[in-house]
Design a protein around this ligand. Structure first.
Ligand code: DQA
Length: 140
């Protein structure tokens, strides 16, 4: 099983960015923990602050991976292009958000990813990525 985790803008700042909302662990530290926990799963990780790079990575990951875990961060709420990318590929995508976007500002309630995602997980902190991976492993 091969799973690609794709993180969007500002998630490179996890650990120091708004810790009350996003916690105080860096994604690199957390990714090592995921690799330790899911030893039999081949996990890859990509982060970019650039919309087109995220779209390119989604295209590349298609068919190469069994699942994509996507936290498109702020682009979730703005990017028709990312939504179309998810719609245009065969590999299933699970949308993850660390915070509960529905309990926050109204502009965060809209997702261009969700209509084409296999599922959406939000509000459980970094645990959301674990749950998304589990969802692919328990797909039968
Ligand atoms: C986020 C929620 C988004 O609204 C925000 O722009 C982010 C992070 C989350 O994981 O909670 O950057 O995707």
């Amino acid at each position: 099983m091969k799973i690609m985790i794709i993180n969007g803008p500002n998630l490179n700042l996890l650990g120091t960015r708004e810790p009350d909302t996003y916690g105080s662990k860096s994604f690199e530290t957390y990714f090592s923990e995921l690799q330790f926990k899911f030893k039999k799963t081949e996990l890859s990780y990509f982060q970019s602050n650039i919309e087109g790079e995220l779209i390119d990575k989604i295209h590349q990951a298609d068919k190469e991976f069994d699942g994509i875990v996507l936290n498109a961060a702020a682009y979730t709420h703005t990017s028709v292009g990312l939504g179309d990318a998810v719609k245009g590929i065969k590999t299933p995508v699970v949308e993850v958000h660390i915070s509960n976007t529905h309990s926050r500002e109204k502009f965060r309630h809209k997702s261009y990813i969700a209509p084409n995602a296999k599922g959406v997980i939000l509000g459980f902190g970094l645990l959301g990525y674990d749950l998304a991976i589990e969802s692919f492993l328990n797909k039968e």
